[in-house]
Design a protein around this ligand. Structure first.
Ligand SMILES: NC(=O)c1ccc[n+]([C@@H]2O[C@H](COP(=O)([O-])OP(=O)(O)OC[C@H]3O[C@@H](n4cnc5c(N)ncnc54)[C@H](OP(=O)(O)O)[C@@H]3O)[C@@H](O)[C@H]2O)c1
Length: 274
């Protein structure tokens, strides 16, 4: 079987080229500077996978969609799913949206999650693709493009926004990060680790995750309101109001609290023992 990865010269494209090769597939790739073009891949591969920057994805899908037949599988790795899947459905191919919930630094698929949004495919085609990922240790979460993007607005949008807002606040305050680390608690070190981890990466990916998901503004509106309300409670110096706020949240997260404590204890012990 032949997999054609458009954007296969990039980070995630290279990772998935390795996944298909490990499953015994032949892999060909295209980028904007490769001898093979996106068109060559669309005309020859059994499975065409799009792995280009989020902003470029729909344009690239539109470019190749008319070239695909019912015999081919069209999939993508985009961190958003509604628009790419809609664009892929304009082809005649079987369509399966994918979102690997990890970065290209992962050692393998073992223990990693891939969210899958099957849009138009036979059960056999879906199983053939998913078994490649499962055989290499991945966990599969089946979803719809709409539900995926709503979830990502929280899981990635809110999380990355919060991390970047914290980075900006510390910068604005003028605090020297290296100096704070000499006063550090393990939790602060972990939190700053997340700030540093994002800022060491590609601004384009994080910008697109925040700016291209239409579900993100609603979530950020709630975040802004939460910050405003919490700030007002803090500045009121009213212990009872703070207690009420805290208890309401502890109640919402009740079923998660012991697992959260256990997992972060592990992280803390790891950070402390380094
Ligand atoms: N990185 C992550 O942590 C991560 C995690 C999960 C999902 N994803 C998803 O994976 C996809 C790719 O991300 P990435 O991090 O691998 O990006 P990347 O490293 O920047 O790779 C993107 C590739 O696309 C190529 N490209 C750009 N425009 C193209 C076009 N018009 N035609 C063909 N190729 C084109 C680029 O090569 P040239 O510039 O040479 O053309 C590059 O090799 C994105 O949709 C992203 O949402 C990324």
């Amino acid at each position: 079987m032949l997999a054609g990865i458009i954007g296969g010269t990039g980070q995630m494209g290279r990772f998935f080229a390795g996944v298909f090769e490990a499953a015994g597939w032949e892999v060909i790739v295209s980028g904007r500077k490769t001898p093979r073009t996106n068109r060559d891949l669309a005309e020859t591969a059994d499975l065409v996978m799009v792995s280009v920057p989020i902003r470029a994805t729909v344009g690239v899908i539109r470019e190749v969609a008319p070239l695909l037949s019912e015999e081919q599988v069209f999939c993508d790795l985009t961190s958003l799913k509604v628009e790419p899947v809609r664009a892929m459905l304009a082809s005649r191919a079987e369509v399966i949206g994918l979102h690997p919930m990890f970065g290209p630094g992962a050692a393998s698929l073992r223990g990693q999650t891939i969210v899958v949004t099957p849009a138009r495919c036979s059960p056999e085609t879906l199983e053939r693709l998913l078994s490649i990922f499962r055989d290499q240790g991945a966990a599969i979460t089946i979803s719809t493009p709409e539900e995926h993007d709503r979830m990502m607005a929280v899981i990635q949008g809110l999380t990355h926004f919060g991390t970047l807002a914290k980075a900006e606040a510390i910068r604005r305050i003028g605090t020297d990060v290296a100096e704070t680390l000499t006063y550090t608690s393990p939790i602060y070190r972990i939190e700053m680790g997340l700030v540093g981890r994002i800022l060491a990466q590609d601004a384009g990916l994080y910008g697109d995750i925040l700016q291209m998901n239409p579900e993100v503004p609603k979530v950020l509106g709630e975040f802004e309101e939460a910050v405003r309300r919490l700030r007002e409670i803090v500045e009121s110096r009213d212990a009872e109001r703070f207690q009420t706020f805290f208890t309401a949240n502890a109640g919402h997260y009740a079923s998660y609290l012991s697992a959260a404590t256990e997992e972060t204890d592990d992280l803390i012990n790891h950070v402390v023992s380094r």
